[in-house]
Ligand binder design. Sequence first.
Ligand code: C5P
Length: 312
Amino acid sequence: MSTGSAAQVAVHVRAPGKLNLVLRVGPAGQDGDHQLATVFQAVSLHEDVLATPAEEISVSTVGRCAHLVADDESNLAHRAAMLLAEASGTRAGVHLQITKRVPVDGGMAGGSADAAAALLACDLLWQTGLAREELGHLAAELGADVPFALTGGTAVGLGRGDVLTPALARGSYHWVLGISDQGLSTPEVFAEWDRLNPDPPGAPHIDDAVMAALISGDPHRLAEVLGNDLAAAAGNLAPPVEQMEQVLADSPALATLVAGSGPTVAALAPDHPTAVEIAETLRAADVADEVEVVAGPIPGARLLESVREDEA
Ligand code: C5P
């Protein structure tokens, strides 16, 4: 193991997808973004980013539905690397190889996880010396869900969802995810919410009962407070949402939840064996393109491995 200051030649970072245990939507501001009050939980379906030195900045994607992802400058991970290069004044390039597991346009912030992982990987590769807090500011510039992908765990998000406060939460929760390959565009889901709510409510907030349920660590209590204001809009735009919810209603799931802007549906299980049983039921019903069993909370973007020049 080397302790020298040799340059990094490869940095491998992992960042989690998320569920919104509660998602309350308020009116849109002048920029078109809606006020949100949400509780994020990072779950064990993650994105891996392998960063290696290169002349320019480039991205390639493999894994789940990788063919749906543009590997050009519009890719959020590409934009993250560009933003960090600009902020730190580096002239270095990077190649980012993304391995996707979080569904594309599935409401679980997979693109935001890529961006958070890219920020951390490039920061380590380029040795920019920026504080984690500064990475957080850059993350917020990239998108509302990127700061949470950096921090992970369980957190309350206000503003556009990007003003984070860590939540006191006990225990580990077991979820079954019903994944549909027909993704949903987040702006279209918010537009449908606008159509369904011509008279938007006031500023959204998180009930005390939600925070009490999180502290209890009891999935039965958490099941009672789960809720997503975007669920109806997502259901209108993606028929598999209702089909999955119907199947799960006849399973031992404690509650079901639409993930973010959908169409992924999450079922909360009382324990891991029951989660496996619920997953079998959902697979057998043939209403989801894929079914995963995951747990949360887990940490945010983190270094898995880094290789230095004198080790390569
Ligand atoms: O921040 P992000 O890039 O994920 O947002 C994608 C789009 O979703 C925004 O451009 C906006 O149309 C919608 N959105 C919103 N209110 C939010 C977050 C996102 O209307 N709080």
